[in-house]
Design a protein around this ligand. Structure first.
Ligand SMILES: NC(=O)c1ccc[n+]([C@@H]2O[C@H](COP(=O)([O-])OP(=O)(O)OC[C@H]3O[C@@H](n4cnc5c(N)ncnc54)[C@H](O)[C@@H]3O)[C@@H](O)[C@H]2O)c1
Length: 305
């Protein structure tokens, strides 16, 4: 089975460098027409020029593909809307959105400024919100859409000095979870990529002798999979150095306590059973959790369901 994107139009944000560049080139190689978006700033978001995006477009065209460069700042809704309008005018549709653009402003929580928080959240979280919001009506109209968020192990597990980045990267998972529910009847699937690659974003974090293994090319196949026609839905795929895995949020089934036992002391006493992973479940909406609570309470109280 060959995964192709012929006839599909894709927007890849932050595609002037690193992972985004590799995603854009690979989508184009497999037939997609690609909007190569990049603000072209430095790693901390300062500066800006569309040279990087233009260079990627030139590469795609030289290989026989179709692409346009776009310099929108994903944190600016007006610029994002104009980018989506341009894609629609040129190619009539937008099938795939890859929310990849990112910046870092790492500092320990005691030193990080609120401005550093606002800035990082604006690019990663609001950038993903803006781009998803701008393509959403079009994808609904088409009855087809694939959106990829870019999350991070820093969000899911934490990383020293990255409270702002980690919060933003978990934020896009929250965005994904509800978009999945709202997009289901319109053929829209939303997934997330959790990459690990040696790019300018990680150059001073990973030991030099291992950097060579962490190529963007070893990550991009996971991105292609989650934006393909037969993509899964609501899936977080991790990719790095050729290892692909799935991240899943589970919740234990828990233990119901009768009213007289609904105390912090009884919770402490029952903690092993409450947190027993043997009963864990993967929920696909917030309502699943409520159902579990009410089912357990009704069973405990002898109420017929
Ligand atoms: N490299 C990794 O190991 C790693 C790990 C986890 C998550 N990520 C995520 O993957 C994505 C790509 O990271 P990368 O390592 O390729 O970084 P990178 O710095 O090489 O590329 C990010 C690109 O985003 C662009 N950009 C920044 N702000 C923008 C804005 N406001 N509007 C449009 N473009 C903007 C930059 O100009 C840059 O070209 C990011 O979301 C990052 O957080 C990377």
């Amino acid at each position: 089975m060959s995964i192709r994107f012929d006839g599909r139009v894709a927007i890849v944000t932050g595609a002037g460098n690193g992972l985004g560049r590799c995603h854009a080139i690979s989508l184009a190689e497999r037939g997609a027409k690609v909007v190569v978006n990049d603000l072209g700033g430095a790693r901390d978001g300062s500066g800006g020029s569309s040279d990087a995006a233009k260079a990627v477009v030139a590469e795609i065209e030289a290989a026989g593909g179709e692409a346009i460069a776009n310099g929108a700042n994903v944190a600016d809704m007006e610029q994002v809307q104009a980018m989506v309008d341009e894609a629609r005018e040129k190619w009539g549709r937008v099938d795939i959105l890859v929310n990849n653009a990112g910046v870092l402003r790492d500092k320990s929580f005691s030193k990080v400024e609120i401005d550093d928080f606002d800035f990082v959240l604006d690019v990663h979280l609001m950038g993903s919100v803006n781009c998803s919001k701008a393509v959403w009506p079009l994808m609904r109209e088409q009855g087809y859409g694939r959106i990829a968020m870019t999350t991070s192990s820093s969000g899911m597990y934490g990383n020293f000095g990255q409270t702002n980045y980690g919060a933003a990267k978990m934020g896009v998972i929250g965005l994904m979870n509800t978009l999945v529910l709202e997009g289901a009847k319109y053929g829209i699937k939303v997934n997330a990529l959790s990459p690990c690659a040696a790019t300018r974003m990680t150059e001073d974090i990973i030991p030099e002798n291992l950097l060579g293994l962490l190529t963007p090319e070893s990550v991009t196949p996971a991105l292609l999979f989650i934006v393909s026609d037969d993509a899964p839905n609501r899936t977080i795929i991790t990719a790095g150095a050729g290892t692909f895995a799935r991240t899943i949020v589970y919740e234990t089934g828990g233990k119901w306590l009768p009213e007289e036992d609904q105390t912090p002391e009884k919770i402490a006493e029952n903690w092993a059973e409450i947190s027993d992973a043997a009963s864990q479940m993967e929920y696909t909406s917030g309502n699943d959790q409520t159902q579990n609570m009410l089912t357990k309470a009704a069973t405990g109280l002898g109420i017929k369901l």
